[in-house]
Write a protein of this length. Structure first.
Length: 288
């Protein structure tokens, strides 16, 4: 049986300033994406030059952080936002929505493509393989924070979680499960879905997109494949993941908000791939 290690969410305390692992994982994700983008920008046919990558990563980072936080508060914490709008700024406590971040990143692609005079779809195709690095790093941050657990299970894949080992801001979710099941003291085996999502949305998705984007393909195909694969992975993991306690299941005793928000990605990604290959044609810098 494997057990949750009980991480301290604070990596470094500098007087009143607490540097949290959650924030550091975002820096790792952004830094890793920047390094690989610089590498790929040096390849023949790249729509973005190595010298332009720094600005692109800055635009995308802003899109991820602002879009992710705003999206989370609107999709999952609207009541908290209404009660206290300053909750929007409490990003260090966690609470980021991938779907909100995706909308922020799409806007960043459009603005940056306009700035350099490129097609925003080409910019999206170039950037898509780097996105899973940030996604994977964020899931490790979720694991360290002790949040976004899966359902209770007797499976050997379950991880023993004790609320005494969790940060106070994360323990309430697990405590709620224990109360429902009448488990006291609160020690329960849960699917570590953060690690499963790291494996799928981080490692597997990166591998698929990196290899696919290394070959000739029509415009839009890489971005569409990202939407399709992420959507399928996330939709499937949601069956094991607990819904947000203040939202619960939306229908059928299993449909979650994450699945509702992810379904358009699956449909859009599949339609995008079909359109890309039916239309054909390579990005301008690849036709030569």
């Amino acid at each position: 049986m494997w057990e949750y290690p009980g991480f301290d969410p604070v990596a470094l305390q500098l007087g009143p300033l607490a540097v949290r692992w959650y924030g550091l994982t975002y820096l790792v994700g952004i830094g890793g994406a920047w390094w690989l983008a610089r590498h790929r920008a040096q390849q023949p046919g790249a729509v973005v030059t190595a010298s332009q990558v720094d600005d692109l990563v800055f635009y995308v980072a802003l899109g991820v952080i602002l879009g992710g936080r705003i999206g989370y508060m609107f999709f999952y914490g609207f009541d908290q936002l209404v009660q206290n709008p300053l909750n929007l700024l409490r990003i260090w406590e966690g609470g980021m929505s991938f779907h909100g971040g995706l909308l922020g990143v799409i806007l960043a692609f459009v603005l940056y493509a306009r700035k350099i005079g490129a097609n925003y779809i080409d910019v999206a195709d170039f950037s898509a393989p780097m996105v899973p690095i940030g996604l994977g790093a964020g899931r490790i941050g979720n694991f360290i924070n002790g949040e976004l657990w899966g359902k209770p299970t007797d499976s050997p894949f379950g991880m023993l979680v004790r609320t005494a080992d969790l940060p106070r801001e994360s323990a309430w979710g697990v405590e709620g499960i224990c109360q429902q099941l009448g488990v006291a003291p609160c020690e329960i085996r849960l699917y570590p879905t953060q690690l499963l999502e790291f494996a799928l949305e981080g490692v597997a998705l990166f591998t698929i997109l990196w290899l696919f984007s290394s070959r000739r393909r029509p415009r839009l195909a890489v971005a569409a494949l990202f939407l399709l694969c992420y959507g399928v992975f996330r939709f499937g993991v949601e069956f094991l993941r607990l819904p947000d306690a203040h939202i619960g299941y939306l229908a059928f005793g299993w449909l979650t908000m994450g699945q509702v928000l992810t379904l358009p990605m699956i449909l859009g990604g599949a339609a995008g791939l079909a359109f890309a290959y039916r239309r054909g044609g390579l990005p301008a810098r690849q036709r030569a």
